[in-house]
Design a protein around this ligand. Structure first.
Ligand SMILES: C[S@@+](CC[C@H](N)C(=O)[O-])C[C@H]1O[C@@H](n2cnc3c(N)ncnc32)[C@H](O)[C@@H]1O
Length: 232
């Protein structure tokens, strides 16, 4: 058994997780699920891109409550073709306890069935690293540890990236030039990323790593987000 490192989490309004160590929310206070749809799914051209592919890989920095994964899986099950496969790989340094994940995701009853399936596997995280086959066309792998070292040991490539560390000013390691270069190295030709932040130095790190970066309207109260495609 591995002793997993945990974040210190408080709860606002009953079911809204807040990281005490990073001083930030895990997702938009307004509607995290709608934010995921706008920023990460639409920002990466999903579901249209996976409808046109046989095999699609999503990479994520920061698994958190699993909200992005569960919303992606829900949409995937609605839109996938008969023979397509989705591989979701997420890098997470401080995996949440199962009961915290349940408390957060409880706000979205439409994700409840998928949440149960995810939590059936969750205790395996402390035992051995592996990709879990969650249904006949979907696998999830949560790579535990710092994202930079996790990516260094991962030999896969993603078609779409969800860049979802805490706010850059509070968690600069999750947006560093070195990590953005590693993300680019693990992106298939024509692959994309999306993020809720439009911080100038994050844009410059992504640009220097080889992405064509553009601003787009943000979700909820946020004026801007960014998205981009691997150049060339
Ligand atoms: C904004 S939250 C992610 C929200 C998540 N995508 C969701 O759907 O709930 C950021 C996550 O990044 C993780 N994190 C912070 N620093 C990290 C690092 N250096 N490497 C890997 N994960 C990190 C935190 O533990 C937290 O779960």
């Amino acid at each position: 058994m591995t002793d997993l490192k945990r974040d210190r989490v408080s709860w606002l309004d009953g079911d809204m997780p807040f990281s005490d160590s990073f001083g930030d929310h895990f997702y938009s206070r307004r509607d995290g699920r709608a934010e995921c749809g706008h920023v990460f799914l639409a920002g990466n051209g999903l579901p249209e891109r996976w409808e046109a592919a046989n095999r699609f890989t999503v990479g994520e920095l920061g698994f958190g409550t699993g909200l992005n994964f569960l919303e992606t899986w829900r949409l995937w099950r609605e839109t996938r073709t008969n023979d397509g496969t989705l591989e979701f790989v997420s890098f997470e340094a401080f995996p949440m306890k199962a009961d915290f994940i349940r408390r957060a995701i409880g706000s979205w009853p439409e994700l409840g069935g998928l949440l149960d399936l995810l939590l059936q596997r969750w205790s395996e995280l402390a035992v051995k690293p592996a990709a879990w086959r969650l249904d006949e066309q979907t696998s999830l792998r949560v790579v535990v540890g710092d994202a930079l070292s996790g990516l260094g040991n991962w030999d896969g490539m993603a078609d779409a990236w969800y860049l979802d560390g805490f706010a850059p000013a509070r968690n600069p390691d999750m947006w560093s030039a070195e990590l953005m270069r590693a993300v680019a190295r693990h992106t298939r030709p024509g692959g994309t990323f999306a993020s809720y932040t439009a911080a100038g130095w994050v844009r410059r790190n992504l640009d220097a790593a080889g992405f064509d970066v553009e601003k787009a309207p943000g979700h909820g109260g946020k004026r801007e987000m960014i998205r981009g495609r691997l150049a060339g």
